[in-house]
Design a protein around this ligand. Structure first.
Ligand SMILES: Nc1ncnc2c1ncn2[C@@H]1O[C@H](COP(=O)(O)OP(=O)(O)OP(=O)(O)O)[C@@H](O)[C@H]1O
Length: 266
């Protein structure tokens, strides 16, 4: 059977800086897969290639069997994506934001109203559909983005740091919604800095300096690492770094801060 996501010997460089280096991994259908990596490891670059925003410089990536370079349209339809930076229009209502997505993805006109209603219900935002998004909390926005990403019934969800910047309540609420997708057999690839979320995934891939340095079920990775009792111990043993890396270059820390700050400041 074809993997939901197949990444084979993929490479990407910015000038002479190699950001993703001969990286291969598969995500199977129905799998919950987390990518962990210190700042600047290449996670965002990998996601950008998966979602057809940047072209791999070498190797091949397929999503549900479609090539990200030659079959971009089919890949985009197969994917639901929630970026780190919110992609909602703050001036519009929640329902209007969803309607735009329905039009962009050419959902049949007759079913759009119902699609918007059920997306609001799924996000547990039925009462807030006619309110402008600028009045929403961070958690409400993220649930809305997730519901929107699901409207065209994608086969695979890509989540870039889904719960970052949320307060504990918002995080729990969103994680509950993500959990309901898992129960339905959705394939999810997420990046996260949150180790308890990564530990809850079926498998974890650890990326460091553009390379995949470990992959497996969290319990397997812990068992295979001497003296490790958590995924954090595994991460430190393998990469020699903390998840939020004080030794990362100033540029990478700035980039990381900017990516996360994008969420707080919207
Ligand atoms: N536009 C760019 N131009 C030059 N170098 C870049 C650019 N974007 C990223 N890089 C570099 O490529 C490497 C990988 O960056 P990337 O953003 O993919 O890492 P990341 O794992 O997502 O980091 P973080 O956890 O901080 O978000 C880093 O060393 C970064 O400095």
């Amino acid at each position: 059977m074809v993997a939901a996501i197949a990444v084979q010997s993929v490479r990407y460089n910015y000038g002479d800086h190699v950001a993703v280096d001969d990286l291969s991994l598969n995500v199977e259908n129905g799998e919950f897969f987390a990518i962990l990596g210190p700042n600047g490891a290449g996670k965002t670059t990998l996601l950008n290639m998966l979602m057809t925003v940047t072209r791999p410089r070498g190797g091949q990536i397929t999503v549900m069997g479609h090539d990200v370079v030659t079959q971009t349209e089919a890949v985009r339809r197969a994917l639901g994506v929630v970026f780190q930076d919110p992609a909602l229009d703050d001036r519009l209502t929640a329902a209007e934001n969803l309607e735009i997505h329905a039009v962009l993805y050419a959902l049949p006109k007759a079913g759009r109203r119902e699609a918007v209603r059920s997306a609001l219900e799924w996000a547990q935002l039925e009462q807030a559909g006619s309110k402008p998004v600028r009045s929403f909390s961070g958690g409400m926005k993220r649930r809305l983005e997730l519901a929107r990403a699901l409207m065209h019934k994608p086969s695979v969800l890509l989540l870039d740091e889904p719960t970052i910047g949320l307060d504990p309540q918002g995080r729990r609420h969103l994680w509950g919604r993500i959990g309901s997708l898992r129960a339905q057999g959705m394939t999810v690839l997420m990046t996260t800095h949150n180790l308890s979320e990564a530990e809850a995934c079926d498998r974890v891939g650890i990326i460091d300096r553009g390379k995949l340095v470990a992959i497996g079920a969290p319990a397997e990775l812990i068992a295979a690492t001497p003296e490790a009792s958590s995924l954090e111990d595994v991460f430190i043993a393998i990469t020699g770094k903390q998840l939020f890396d004080d030794s990362a270059s100033g540029r990478d820390r700035l980039l990381s801060f900017a990516k996360q700050g994008g969420e707080f400041t919207q």
